[in-house]
Design a protein around this ligand. Structure first.
Ligand SMILES: [Fe+2]
Length: 375
């Protein structure tokens, strides 16, 4: 049966952030404080200024601008804000800022007193319903975090990645404003767009895919790939920004129901150990994983058509062409990975919840072959 569910109110389009004050008014948060978690200079945005003047001292602001948030950083944000009586978290930023915002909502309901306790709690998924709602305002077009119910938290010390993951933690609303994307440098804009394309492709072939998620995924890929040239020519182009904003949102809605598969699973140690930006890592894996999966999937043709290619080999050429024009290395060797590191990367690339959602079973040998092909 085709079951699809996503409860997030979405507002997409130029100027969407302008609706924030009315949205908060409508939600009428119960706690005393509105925690505004932000990155960059967004406190100066007129809608944020209007919100601050309406709610006065009830607004508390915190800056969080790091990428790939880790357990220590999350604990620090939690420590800084845990004593406030928070009724709403508003997260304005990239996927990392949104992930920290939604994680805090969970932690306020399940207190911890040390990084070690936090690590234990999220590793064992020992948390209650979120203590308060959150609103997501993405400033990149890629992660889809504004419409998913999980957050990625890294643990470089233990070489692990956690997912703070509960269906109760969908956002109250997402404001997806393409006008916020115009300050992204080319490399970040392309990496984010390819992350969205990977979410959509993986959602399409995921074991958990359904009729609605497939339709959302194909349209997301058409939008992202159909405007890639425009983005490469000018990452500030209003047309490209709007298309990437729509595509990323649709991809997020698609994989909010299906999760990701082999590309994301295999990419995590590449990002953790070698610093390959997430979107670059997952997109390098798209073609070899498509070659693996599409033989098993009966309806691979619409997927390749949406990418504008005839098959997996052409997809690989297209992705590496885009990555190199954005200034990224396109082989694992160029990222500093040596052949002898591949077997352990292959073992660690098989992660629960992602690898087992892939339509073709992943073994260390299969992953090793994929990584060797990218060397
Ligand atoms: Fe991703």
């Amino acid at each position: 049966m085709n079951r699809y569910y996503n409860p997030v109110r979405t507002v997409q389009g130029p100027g969407a952030l302008g609706q924030l004050p009315e949205l908060v008014e409508e939600l009428s948060p119960k706690g005393h404080i509105l925690l505004l978690l932000y990155c960059r200079d967004l406190l100066e945005h007129p809608a944020v200024q209007r919100l601050c003047s309406q709610w006065g001292s009830r607004v508390d602001v915190c800056c969080f601008g790091q990428s790939n948030p880790n357990v220590e950083q999350l604990y620090q944000m939690y420590q800084e804000t845990r004593e406030l009586e928070i009724g709403l978290v508003i997260a304005i930023g990239g996927g990392s800022t949104l992930d920290v915002g939604k994680s805090l909502c969970c932690l306020y309901a399940s207190p911890v007193d040390s990084v070690e306790q936090l690590r234990e709690k999220i590793a064992t998924k020992d948390y209650n319903r979120p203590a308060c709602p959150w609103i997501g305002v993405p400033t990149t077009a890629g992660t889809g975090s504004e419409v998913t119910s999980w957050a990625t938290i890294w643990d470089p010390q233990l070489g692990r990645k956690y997912s703070i993951d509960t269906p109760a933690n969908y956002a109250y609303a997402a404001l997806v404003d393409p006008l916020l994307l115009g300050s992204m440098p080319l490399a970040l804009a392309v990496s984010s767009a390819l992350d969205a394309a990977a979410h959509a492709a993986e959602s399409y072939w995921a074991k958990a895919s359904n009729m609605a998620s497939k339709a959302l995924a194909l349209e997301a890929i058409r939008l992202v790939m159909g405007h890639m040239e425009e983005l490469l020519a000018d990452p500030r182009s209003p047309g490209a920004c709007d298309a990437m904003s729509q595509g990323s949102l649709l991809a997020g809605l698609a994989f909010s129901n299906t999760r990701t598969t082999a590309c994301h699973s295999i990419s995590y140690p590449l990002t953790m150990d070698y610093g390959i930006p997430h979107g670059a890592a997952v997109s390098l894996l798209l073609a070899p994983v498509a070659a693996l999966n599409c033989g098993a999937a009966a309806d691979a043709r619409p997927l390749f058509t949406a990418f504008g290619v005839s098959g997996a080999r052409e997809l690989g050429e297209k992705i590496t062409g885009i990555l190199s024009r954005a200034g990224y290395p396109v082989s694992l060797g160029q990222w500093g990975i040596e052949r002898q590191a591949l077997p352990q990367l292959a073992e660690r690339g098989i992660t629960k919840g992602r690898a087992d959602n892939n339509p073709v079973e992943l073994t260390p040998q299969i992953v090793l072959e994929i990584l060797t092909g990218l060397l």
